[in-house]
Design a protein around this ligand. Sequence first.
Ligand SMILES: [Zn+2]
Length: 345
Amino acid sequence: MQLPREVIVGNETLELIGTICKRLGFSKSALVVTGPHTRHIAGQRITDLLDDTGIDVNQFVVSSFTVKDVRAVEEKIMELKPQVVLGTGGGTKIDVAKLGSARQVVPFISIPTTASHDGIASCVVSLRGLNKPYSKLAQSPMAIVADINVITQASHRFAASGCGDIMAKFTAVRDWELAHNAKNEYYGEYAASLSLMSAKLVAEHSDIIQPGLEEGVRVLLEALISCGVAMSIAGSSRPCSGSEHLFSHTLDLIAPKPAMHGEQCGVGAIMMAYLHGMDWKRVKETLKKVGAPTTAEELGIEPEHVVKALMQAGVIRPERYTILEEKRLDYDSAEKLAKATGVID
Ligand SMILES: [Zn+2]
């Protein structure tokens, strides 16, 4: 198990970054990976703070999240040989930094500027342009520094998406149990419980996960971080990613303009909960409460693509056994499912 050594969640925690790096033994050099937009939100401040601490710091801006960007980060690491890589931004910049540093065996610190998915704390990444459209093992962050002030200022759409990624845990854990029973797959009760508890807590606190509310951001962040830890404990994305994630990964492949990861997973969770015979209405209500999409229209995706994604989701990752293996959806049953849950009209 590879677990984060420090998790710092609070107001103005960004200011502590120099001290945190030194405490972890990174007092000589660092590379900050950030995006063109997030550079202004946090990237530059982190670079300046590290510089003030006397750390030899370089900054690298990535504008997309493809395999190419990961290679570019790796080349920067080979050239500069930093003691640590700090990834700051929304989920994608963090993923690029996480995978690049993992491939070059350099420790990594995660500094999220949004609470849009659980990749901010997990050991896996999900990038476009990999040979597979789903998550891949990278490394756990050595530390996670989440500044509530910064994250609360981000658009609420990110937090709503983060809630979607959390609602996905209800169905992901059920799929994992199914795989354990049907295929004798390893099932970690501790990792599963941690993931489920996070989903329950977010559902219970959905009334405070609202625009500009710091307490809600804190609940959500703690849930996302706990899910990241659950994956580290399990050594895979299993406790956090099931059939609803397969649905989202398939949409990424076939929809002309996919929505955010967590938004798609949330809608997927509604439909997969229905398939599992779970309380899918509660999932839907929670998503509605926090302002996350619950329909194809709200996702900005054509009903046709939702139906096709439901049909194909069961085959894109054959080794991941889920409810889709048991229910095998054809066009009619997929359409029926999407209609029964109100995802399409
Ligand atoms: Zn996810």
